[in-house]
Ligand binder design. Sequence first.
Ligand SMILES: [Zn+2]
Length: 304
Amino acid sequence: MGEIIDLKGMLKELDESVRDELKSTPEVVDSGKTLDISKLPIEARRWLKVSGVLAVVADLKGSTKLGTGKHAASTASIYEAGTGNVVKIFNRFGADFIAIQGDGAFALFWGESNFERAMCAAITIRTFSDEFSKRLETKWPDSPLTGFKVGVAEGRLLVKRVGTPRNPNEQEPVWAGKAVNYAAKAAQTADRNQVIVTGCVWDMVEKNDYLAISCGCPDGPSLNIWNNIEVNNLPDGEPEAQGRLLVAGWCDTHGAEFCQAIMDGKKKRDDVSHLRAEVLKSQFGNVVTEKARRARELRHVGPR
Ligand SMILES: [Zn+2]
């Protein structure tokens, strides 16, 4: 005999809680650009609103093909060596919230230098993923090709702890807002070992020479490390969909220096002033991307 489930009673109770929830508007408290996650309410019907959050999603390509049959050992190693190390990278760059999700992980960054920390984490995952994929291919040549697809987005989020009151093991912060969803869509649009940033993240990247312009190996600094890309499956006309795709990881020679410069808040390089204006024009400027840029500027006039 299984446990007695009062299904009818349960559904009635669930419906009543939905009805009560919809009867009144939950309180939304503006937390500004930062958040103390340990103070999230669980029972109170109070959501916190935090602005300018960077979301980074790292998805393992082809994970649905990783079997648990004769390939169980390789699957287990790929998850452990993959997702485990992505979480390590997020931690190293001071992610403010990290969650492991099925075949990948996502992190949120808010507060001081959150853009810099998020971008450095994203590029580090991309660089790590290159070597990770190579090692897997050497060890298991028959395994499906895998590697991390990385997406970055920015925006305002609402958060509340949802779950069973008095049992912290059954509570999770729930994040509502476009940033996490858009970062996931950007990651899905990417191929393995690529980073895609949405529109307003690009608007910040282009203001930083260390991110927007290559170090110069081997033919001198250039803009060709970023390409235009449209993020799939965002609403029609969404200006965030006009994103950019980063095709390079950290350089063996200059990566450490560039990463440190970005983390130190540096933005301008003396050697590339002639290229700075080109970032705005050249390969990026076309009718579609310029229209999206103007739409984002208008959207961001108010607080976000
Ligand atoms: Zn270099």
